[in-house]
Design a protein around this ligand. Structure first.
Ligand SMILES: Nc1ncnc2c1ncn2[C@@H]1O[C@H](COP(=O)(O)OP(=O)(O)O)[C@@H](O)[C@H]1O
Ligand SMILES: [Mg+2]
Length: 229
């Protein structure tokens, strides 16, 4: 249930893989001078991990990028990538790293992406108990994906801080998500051409500052619906 209390960090999830979670996380790291943690990383055979991308985009020192608890080569769900290596993943492997700074946690895939036998990413969100930022595309199809993700969060009483729309702005899609989803848009992140340290630093300004994100009055202003912290 919503407690109104915002812990010292956020969990960034998305309506899909490749929607811009890492780019949003990089902006939040810059905006809040936050630490970063990717609890489970897959796809290392094909791409650098998200921690490496964050290092490149933000210059965050290595000590402030907390290493993934699990990392796998295959570009698959965490559950499937672990199985491909005969590795065992369990929900209780994952504990928040200790830090006195705000912490940006980035999930793998979306809300219902499989983590391991008996657990989806939503279960990891519940375990870590951080308020959630849902990153969504702006393009056709995003209303359905966003509303489905919100239903999944609501069904589990997970706390949402807001939706971030990433891409070329679409006022119609934004309006439909706000009205049908009953959620605030935390920020609209434009296309960055290209995503790079300087464009990330500039784009970070579209996000609210950490103090206002933490404050209950900021959150209360947004809605009384139980999904929202
Ligand atoms: N706002 C943006 N402007 C330009 N490129 C973007 C933007 N958001 C995401 N991308 C690109 O889209 C791809 C997927 O983004 P990424 O943040 O890695 O997604 P996710 O973390 O959700 O899988 C990357 O190549 C990234 O650089
Ligand atoms: Mg990512």
């Amino acid at each position: 249930m919503a407690s109104g209390f915002v812990r010292n960090g956020v969990f960034v999830t998305g309506t899909d893989t490749g929607v811009g979670k890492t780019i949003v996380a990089a902006c939040l790291v810059r905006r809040w001078n936050a630490d970063y943690w990717k609890p489970a990383q897959t796809g290392l055979a094909d791409e650098p991990g998200d921690s490496e991308t964050i290092t490149h985009l933000t210059g965050l020192p290595p000590a402030r990028i907390h290493p993934p608890r699990h990392a796998f080569a295959a570009s698959l769900s965490v559950e499937a990538a672990a199985a491909a290596e005969g590795a065992r993943v369990a929900l209780d492997d994952f504990d928040l790293p200790h830090t006195s700074e705000p912490l940006v946690v980035e999930g793998a895939g979306g809300v219902l992406a499989p983590l391991c036998a008996g657990a989806l990413t939503a279960d990891l969100m519940a375990r870590l108990a951080l308020p959630i930022i849902l990153v969504a595309r702006t393009t056709l199809g995003t209303i359905n994906h966003t509303l489905l993700s919100l239903e999944a969060l609501r069904a589990r009483n997970l706390q949402l801080l807001g939706v971030v729309l990433a891409g070329v702005a679409s006022a119609g899609n934004r309006d439909a998500i706000v009205r049908h989803g009953g959620v605030p848009i935390m920020a609209e992140l434009p296309r960055l051409e290209p995503p790079a340290p300087n464009t990330i630093a500039a784009a970070a300004a579209v996000f609210p500052d950490w103090k206002s994100v933490r404050s209950r009055s900021f959150l209360k202003k947004r809605t009384k619906k139980p999904l929202l912290v």
